[in-house]
Design a protein. Structure first.
Length: 271
């Protein structure tokens, strides 16, 4: 079945954060163009502390574009223009003079395909700290163990942390990339299809890890896998044609969607 042609004319007003959380990221009437292509259209939503927010929707709907807008990775694309705002803990990330490198340390990204550096496991984890000029061995050692434990990789890697990260399996490499992302102690962990290249067992481990990581980080994840969103997310946002159609607690989105477009997508009537 072809996708619906009628959509809300503007973003739905997002619900309050899940009880016990507070907003970490506020997206405020945000719009983005790639040249003449209007990729994001008047998107407003919040991402709360201690929760996982999943972005779902068909390919090309703007999920990854929105995710990459949060820490301004889209700045690297020629011809990008934005309107509206994104705020991290109340401060605009698009205001003049923002240190974008520092911003990306506060909102770390884990990508679709695992991308460890051709270095040792140890040097992968401490990469961000070394860029900041950290040389104290005790601090580096402590960070490696902390981050690998948080990424559920310490027990598997502790005896070979000075060996190449490329010797790890695909699932282990993705957990290493998560360890590298959290080593700088970000406020937010952004994950763009982090399990799409993994087998079911490795996927299950990453999903368990995501649920654990929300205790310390706000997590935003793009996923095409609606079962995955249902398993890991506290809040789910459905996007289509660059618009945020609906956002709410995950159980509400999957069991009582407010819009026919959301119901059509989650029941598989278009993809």
């Amino acid at each position: 079945m072809s996708p619906p042609s009628e959509l809300p004319s503007a973003s739905v007003v997002p619900p309050a954060p899940v009880p016990g959380t507070s907003p970490v990221i506020e997206v405020d009437h945000f719009q983005l163009w790639y040249g003449q292509t209007h990729a994001l259209k008047d998107v407003s939503m919040t991402i709360g502390a201690r929760q996982v927010t999943a972005l779902i929707g068909p390919s090309g709907c703007g999920k990854s574009t929105l995710l990459r807008s949060l820490n301004r990775l889209n700045d690297l694309v020629d011809g990008v223009r934005t309107e509206g705002d994104v705020r991290l803990l109340g401060d605009s990330v698009y205001r003049r003079g923002v240190d974008v490198i520092a911003l990306r340390k506060r909102m770390s990204m884990v990508f679709q395909k695992q991308n460890p550096f051709p270095k040792s496991i140890y040097e992968n984890v401490v990469f961000g700290l070394r860029v900041d000029g950290e040389t104290r061995r005790a601090v580096l050692d402590e960070t490696v163990e902390w981050a690998l434990r948080k990424a559920a990789l310490w027990d598997e890697a502790k005896d070979r942390i000075h060996r190449s990260a490329l010797d790890l399996s695909g699932g282990q490499q993705q957990r290493l990339c998560i360890a590298r992302a959290i080593a700088t102690r970000p406020e937010v962990l952004l994950m763009d299809e982090p399990c799409s290249a993994l087998d079911p067992i490795a996927t299950s481990r990453i999903e368990d890890l995501i649920i654990e990581l929300k205790q310390e980080f706000a997590v935003a994840i793009v996923t095409h896998n609606m079962q995955q969103a249902a398993r890991v997310a506290d809040v789910t946002a459905f996007m289509y044609l660059g618009r945020l159609v609906e956002v709410g607690e995950t159980t509400q989105i999957f069991e009582r969607p407010r819009f026919a477009e959301t119901e059509a997508y989650i029941t598989g009537r278009f993809s």
